[in-house]
Design a protein around this ligand. Structure first.
Ligand code: SF4
Ligand code: SF4
Length: 342
């Protein structure tokens, strides 16, 4: 019998407008950076995608006018404010489709003065956006002056009232307390204030596997062999759909379950694993993926070890992508070329 992966209807989702960002954060799970091609999603594609998602997205428990990280729909990237007109158009389409609990995620690079910041936020609210998520952490402030983040928080509270998520609050409070100004290099931050890292959420995935590996314990590949990723890959909350129609689950950037335009079929009939050996291995166990990569692509274990199963997984996927484009589940390919420092 053909092997299939059964996914449920998504209850919350992020729409990636493009992977292009003003920053190249060391922890970015989707390997965004200024180097990505400006392949902005088109308005027509936004409409197609949101029509597919709209019926199953659930509102925040406080109602559709409120937001929650794992409810409704968020507009993300990359940095969505790099293309403000497109962002407005996305909000308009979502509003027409009555999608609940919509918010935008931003690094605040664009908050250069009060007037323009307020103007943009008010325009988004008037078009139907319910709230905003502001990224605050030691990786973003390597690129974005903290004053801009403070401005975004202050003015967002005026415009969106309590529909603002500061992610992560622990860093916002710390940066306020130390009177942070401008930007700060991560190494300098570590020298001076590393305690906050111990209390924060830092997922050992994506670019963090390369840029932040020194912060973590490392283990040989076999330490992860028994683990499978069925639960992450079939997770129906906080899925992402990108500007290339890739349907991605579990924060697993670079793994596409298929084309979101086929979502109804994917849900009804399951995702075929016959033609997706990397995905098939991942839902079996990490050992299968490792053995497949060693046998077919001469993958060599990293002597230094791995910080997580996701580190081993992405290192193998990156190795494979550099040798072949035959695996349609390894999308978008450009992600794999934006993981490591130059
Ligand atoms: S984490 Fe956010 S701000 Fe940083 S590179 Fe990724 S998308 Fe850009
Ligand atoms: S190991 Fe790979 S598939 Fe599994 S959760 Fe991590 S990134 Fe996703």
């Amino acid at each position: 019998m053909e092997e299939r992966l059964y996914v449920k209807k998504p209850i919350s989702a992020g729409l990636i407008l493009s992977y292009k960002c003003t920053s190249k954060c060391k922890h970015c799970m989707y390997a965004c950076s200024p180097k990505w091609k400006p392949d902005w999603i088109t308005k027509g594609d936004v409409e197609k995608i949101l029509r597919k998602l709209s019926s199953s997205l659930m509102p925040s428990p406080r109602g559709p006018e409120h937001i929650g990280v794992n409810y409704g729909l968020h507009f993300t990237g990359g940095e969505p404010f790099l293309n403000f007109d497109l962002l407005l158009e996305c909000v308009r389409i979502a509003d027409e489709l009555k999608i609940p609990s919509t918010f935008v995620e931003t690094n605040c690079f664009w908050c250069v003065d009060d007037e323009s910041t307020k103007g943009k936020l008010k325009a988004l609210k008037e078009t139907g956006l319910k709230g905003i998520l502001i990224s605050v952490n030691p990786f973003v402030v390597e690129y974005v002056p903290f004053e801009r983040i403070e401005r975004a928080v202050r003015i967002s509270r005026e415009v969106f009232n309590d529909n603002i998520i500061v992610y992560q609050e622990i860093y916002y409070r710390q940066f306020k307390n130390i009177g942070m100004r401008d930007i700060i290099a991560f190494n300098q931050y570590l020298d001076e204030y590393d305690w906050a890292l111990h209390y924060s959420e830092l997922l050992p995935m994506g670019r963090a596997c390369y840029e932040l590996k020194d912060l973590f314990m490392k283990y040989p590949a076999r330490a992860f062999f028994d683990e499978s990723c069925v639960s992450e890959l079939t997770r129906n909350w906080h899925v992402h759909v990108d500007n290339y129609f890739n349907y991605m689950t579990g924060y697993c950037g670079g793994i596409s379950l298929g084309d979101v335009r086929d979502l109804d079929t994917m849900i009804r009939e399951g995702v075929s694993l016959e033609d997706k050996p990397v995905l098939r291995a991942l839902v079996t166990n990490i050992k299968s993926l490792y053995e497949f990569a060693v046998k077919e692509f001469n993958y060599e274990e990293n002597d230094e070890g791995y910080i997580s199963k996701c580190h081993l997984c992405i290192d193998i996927r990156r190795h494979i992508v550099q040798q072949t484009d035959e695996f349609k589940e390894l999308q978008p390919r450009e992600l794999y070329y934006n993981l490591k420092p130059e």
